[in-house]
Design a binder for this molecule. Structure first.
Ligand code: HEC
Length: 126
């Protein structure tokens, strides 16, 4: 009787631990999954809308990129010289720039523009 109660308590404790662990695990994994999804989305959007000029690898070594003189995002020199803020990157993407950078403000959501601005930083020094 006494041992049964202990066994029951132990089982309940194990179940509680398992549930707690599972809940803690999933709540920690959710933001990670969301971040992974955001970067996957940014990569897709980049491939669809930007890579034709800025290159799949960000180095702008494409026919159109060379024709227009698109910014090479792998250039550490460019990042170090310009120190572009997120706001500047988002503005360039949304409103475009003279000299061949198209405006994407009507084609992309604010979240996509923002994700792209972050994604571009990943090319630096590659
Ligand atoms: C038709 C070619 C073309 C496409 C497509 C294109 N760009 Fe550009 N982009 C350019 C050119 C050219 C420049 C350089 C403009 C300048 O500095 O005057 C530029 C510059 C930029 C800059 C630098 C702005 C700055 O502040 O100096 C950013 C950021 C940028 N592009 C992001 C993107 C993103 C993100 C996409 C896709 C959504 C994209 N571009 C698509 C041609 C393009």
């Amino acid at each position: 009787m006494g041992t049964n109660r202990i066994k029951l308590a132990a089982t309940l404790f194990a179940v509680a631990l398992a549930c707690g662990g599972y809940a803690a695990g999933s709540s920690a994994a959710a933001p990670r999954r969301a971040a992974a999804k955001r970067s996957a989305d940014a990569r897709t959007v980049y491939s669809q809308h930007c890579a034709s000029c800025h290159g799949e690898d960000g180095d702008a070594r494409t026919e159109k990129g060379e024709l227009y003189g698109a910014t090479d995002f792998t250039s550490k020199k460019w990042w170090d010289k310009e120190h572009p803020s997120d706001a500047r990157l988002r503005r360039a993407i949304s409103a475009g720039k003279r000299g061949g950078m198209p405006a994407f403000g009507k084609r992309l959501s604010a979240a996509e523009v923002s994700a792209l601005a972050t994604y571009l930083r990943g090319f630096k020094g590659r």
